[in-house]
Design a protein around this ligand. Structure first.
Ligand code: PLP
Length: 382
């Protein structure tokens, strides 16, 4: 991974800071009018909503990890997704996965129509359904590498081929896999977006987003970043650069623990279903082995009903009862009352998001401790 070394020279030997410098500055000074002209002519720093050496440093590092020509950082994952959708789907239609993050569904279903963008939601893990659903106005395919909360895996190569045949932009939200497990641009995606708030930051202490792609695809997003004002704060970029340095290790460790815990859960008599792409009974087990470097650190499982699920939820000692995912601590959520609370109950049931479903984000704690926590939380209940 390349971390841009943009720091000033600190001493007579030409030494620079080893850690990426934090340029917590709104604007930039010019020694004279000629220098101001050069900055204004392009490429120079003007004002941090337009660009900042620390946020640019994070963009360069993510572009490097994703094999992208360029990247842009945003104030949140939602700001990155909104820019990607609005820049590519204006006046047309988005064909989106029905397993999208709730915020992305609301963006498409509620804000999209107010701005001339229509959306339909389909099971994007079925390529035939996707291809049949494409209409004359479809401009964008929007999927997540691993869906929430049932962890279906996107066949990025297959979807890219469909997108190419119909001249669509394929936008892949790689938040659940992180750049450590999947690089969708190499399989033909137009743009990859991430909530930096999750695995890239990795410590539950920031909200940020990033989009990466070809220079042209990223240039098309730039006005949406600058004019809607969803730019990342330099300190957030600095924290994310620090998180990025350990991301591969964190994701590898969490994923290895998840493989073990998912197998453990599958052996528990009271656990009706385990959703984990690393378990052989998952519908995308073979696809996951092709698309992902490891099956990831998210596990969902279903118990008898909502009462049992809520009792297990209350009993956890190591798993933290909190929204979000992808951080050093293991987290537990109840999707029916959190991320998918806004969906009508019958739609939730159709999607398989029952009252008995719990979602785990595995962190980097000791695997024995996490398994012991599951043992005590499930004891006598399942
Ligand atoms: N994409 C996915 C898959 C997410 O889970 C989330 C947040 O949970 C987002 C995007 C939105 O990211 P942010 O909260 O950084 O805006």
């Amino acid at each position: 991974m390349h971390v841009a070394r943009t720091g000033p020279t600190l001493g007579p030997a030409g030494e620079i800071a080893h850690a990426p410098p934090l340029f917590q500055s709104a604007n930039f000074e010019y020694p004279d009018a000629a220098a101001a002209d050069r900055a204004a002519a392009g490429g120079g720093f003007l004002y941090s909503r337009h660009g900042n050496p620390t946020t640019d440093g994070l963009a360069v590092a993510v572009a490097d990890l994703e094999g992208a020509e360029a990247a842009l950082t945003f104030s949140s994952g939602m700001a990155a997704i909104a820019a990607a959708v609005f820049a590519n789907a204006a006046g047309g239609e988005v064909l989106a996965s029905e397993g999208l993050y709730g915020g992305s569904i609301e963006l498409l279903a509620e804000l999209g129509p107010r701005h001339g963008i229509r959306s339909r939601f389909v099971p994007t893990w079925d390529l035939n359904t996707v291809e049949r659903a494409i209409g004359a106005d479809t401009r964008v395919l929007l999927v997540e590498t691993i869906s929430n909360p049932l962890l279906r895996v996107a066949d990025v190569e297959g979807l890219s081929a469909v997108a190419r045949r119909h001249n669509l932009a394929l936008i892949v939200d790689g938040t659940f896999s992180s750049p450590a497990l999947c690089r969708p641009l190499a399989s033909g995606a137009t743009l990859v977006v991430h909530s930096v708030s999750k695995y890239i930051g990795g410590h539950g202490d920031l909200i940020g987003g990033v989009a990466a792609g070809s220079s042209a695809a990223i240039a098309a997003l730039r006005p949406y970043l600058i004019l809607l004002g969803g730019n990342m704060d330099p300190f957030c970029a600095w924290l994310a650069l620090r998180g990025l340095r350990t991301m591969p290790l964190r994701v590898e460790r969490a994923s290895a623990t998840a493989v073990r815990l998912a197998a453990f859960l599958a052996r528990q008599p009271g656990v009706k279903l385990v959703y984990y792409p690393g378990n052989p009974d998952h519908p995308d087990y073979e696809l996951a082995a092709r698309v992902l470097d490891a099956p990831g650190a998210m596990i969902s499982f279903e118990v008898a009903d909502g009462i049992v699920a809520r009792r297990i939820y209350d009993r956890f000692r190591y798993f933290v009862r909190a929204a979000s995912l992808g951080e050093v601590s293991s987290l537990v959520t109840h999707p029916a009352s959190f991320s998918h609370k806004g969906l009508p109950a019958d739609e939730r049931a159709r999607l398989g998001i029952t009252e008995g479903l719990l979602r785990l984000s595995i962190g980097i704690e000791d695997a024995d401790d996490l398994e012991a926590d599951l043992v005590q939380a499930l004891a006598g209940i399942v």
